[in-house]
Structures are given as structure tokens and as C-alpha cells.
Design a protein around this ligand. Structure first.
Ligand SMILES: C[S@@+](CC[C@H](N)C(=O)[O-])C[C@H]1O[C@@H](n2cnc3c(N)ncnc32)[C@H](O)[C@@H]1O
Length: 248
């Protein structure tokens, strides 16, 4: 038997033994801590690898965050990629009261642009950090612009129907995707569904990118599982908000 075969045998025996004996369960009370350390280290490594990438805007590191400064990067992105001058499809995942949805509609005035917003409008479908299930619940906002449409329900229930209807046309159109659902599950689900319709040059904005166990983790799994390259183009509030261009 070769040395490699022996090594494989030992590895298999050890794993089966750990499974049968449940030995590692003694560490189960520390699972959350281990997961925090692992996830946070993944985020830290990513940030330090990309902090000097050329971007339209990057304020890393600053000691205090200003949430509303995300509008600076929205404006820069809109102008740099001419989203305010050409027809685009804007897809927002997580609309809540419609603040960012309205901002993008007002900014992108081309008559052939289309705006789709997805939300339960019954709040978060699960706990997110200190927010409970059902927090962020709002009435469906009024959209006084025929270019916009809001789709109520979980992404898991509504997105595939929408893509069946709009998908073939979507592939050809310039897309700006705004991921603002906060949750790992919602973000990864939406990105995975959208993957077949993404083209080079599409832009994806994450509103809570540096939340290590949620949007960042979804970004990481998505890029690793779909072999897709997303290049950072803007980062604000220490990568809390981050935007990427698809380089498929
Ligand atoms: C932070 S709020 C969005 C804020 C909004 N984009 C803004 O900037 O004004 C997050 C929203 O994501 C929605 N959401 C989270 N997971 C979802 C899911 N799986 N399906 C539908 N909506 C979801 C919640 O209902 C909540 O309204």
C-alpha cells in the first residue's frame, strides 16, 4: 500500500470514529464563538486584501460610520456607469418603506428604465442580529411612476415567477441590483436565482456588506460556488456598503 493510500485510510478512519463517538460535541457550547471567529476572520482577510483596490470611493478606515453617506456612492455609481442616462433595469431586494427605491427612480430618469422592488412588506422573515422576525414591516409604498413595480412576498416565493416572466429580456439589459435584505438566506437565494441573467458590466450593491455572517457570507458563497468574479467599485463606512461590477 502506498503512503498516500495509508494516509487516506487513517483520515477516513478518524472521521468515521469522530462521527460515531461524537467526541467533538464537547466543543458544541463554543460553536457560536468558533463560527464568529471563522466568519469574522474571513471578512477581515477579504477587506485587507481589497482595501487598496482602485475604486470610485473607499473610506476604509474611518472610526465613525454615517449611514446616509451611502448616497454619495449611489450618486458616483449612477454617474460613472451612466445609469442616470441610459435605460437600465433596477432590481431591489429589500424595499421596506421605499427610501432607496425612490432615490434610484428619481436619479435614473430614462423613460425606458424599469424598477422592480421585492419585499415581504411584512418585515424580516427571520431574526437578524438584534432585529426580530417581523421587524421592518411597512405598508407597500406607493409608486407614482409607471416605470416601477413592487412585488410582495418572500423572494423565495416570488422571484422565480418574476424571472420566468422577465428573465429572457433581463439578460440583454443593463442591470443594477441592490441587495438590501440584510439576511444571509435572502441574499444568497436572490443572487443564486439571478446568476443566469447576470452579464459583465452589471452592478451589484450590498447595503450591509461587512456584516460577516450575512451579506458578506452570502457574497463569499455566491462568488465561490458560481465561479463568478465581482470586482469592488465602491466601499463606504468601512465596507458596510459596498458595490461591485460583474466581470463574469
Ligand atoms: C433594511 S430593509 C430595506 C431598506 C431599503 N432598501 C431602504 O434602504 O430604504 C430590509 C428589508 O428586507 C426584507 N426582506 C428580508 N428578507 C426577505 C426575504 N427573504 N423576502 C422578502 N423580503 C425580505 C425585509 O422585509 C425588510 O423590509
Amino acid at each position: 500500500m502506498s503512503a498516500r493510500d495509508t494516509r487516506l485510510k487513517v483520515v477516513k478512519f478518524s472521521k468515521d470514529f469522530l462521527l460515531a463517538s461524537r467526541l467533538l460535541q464537547v466543543f458544541a457550547p463554543f460553536n457560536k464563538l468558533f463560527r464568529f471567529i471563522y466568519d469574522f476572520n474571513m471578512l477581515t482577510s477579504w477587506v485587507h486584501k481589497h482595501k487598496k483596490d482602485p475604486m470610485l470611493l473607499n473610506d476604509f478606515y474611518k472610526p465613525v460610520r454615517h449611514y446616509d453617506s451611502r448616497l454619495n456612492s449611489f450618486a458616483l455609481i449612477a454617474e460613472h456607469y451612466q445609469f442616470d442616462r441610459q435605460p437600465i433595469v433596477y432590481l431591489e431586494f429589500g424595499v421596506a418603506a421605499g427610501g432607496s427605491f425612490r432615490w434610484w427612480m428619481n436619479k435614473c430618469t430614462h423613460p425606458n428604465s424599469r424598477f422592480y422592488g421585492f419585499d415581504t412588506f411584512e418585515g424580516l422573515p427571520e431574526v437578524w442580529g438584534m432585529y426580530a422576525k417581523g421587524d421592518m414591516s411597512y405598508d407597500v409604498p406607493k409608486v407614482d411612476d409607471s416605470r416601477g413595480r413592487l412585488i410582495k412576498g418572500t423572494f423565495q416565493d416570488t422571484l422565480s415567477g418574476f424571472l420566468d416572466e422577465q428573465g429572457p429580456a433581463l439578460k440583454q439589459q443593463r442591470k443594477l441590483i441592490h441587495m438590501d435584505a440584510d439576511l444571509f438566506s435572502a441574499t444568497l437565494f436572490a443572487l443564486s436565482q439571478l446568476y443566469p441573467y447576470l452579464s459583465a458590466g452589471d452592478v451589484i450593491i450590498f447595503d450591509e456588506f461587512n456584516v460577516y455572517g450575512h451579506e458578506f457570507k452570502a457574497f463569499k458563497y455566491f462568488t465561490e460556488c458560481f465561479y463568478i468574479k465581482l470586482r469592488p467599485i465602491a466601499a463606504q463606512n468601512n465596507f458596510y456598503h459596498a458595490a461591485f461590477v460583474v466581470e463574469k
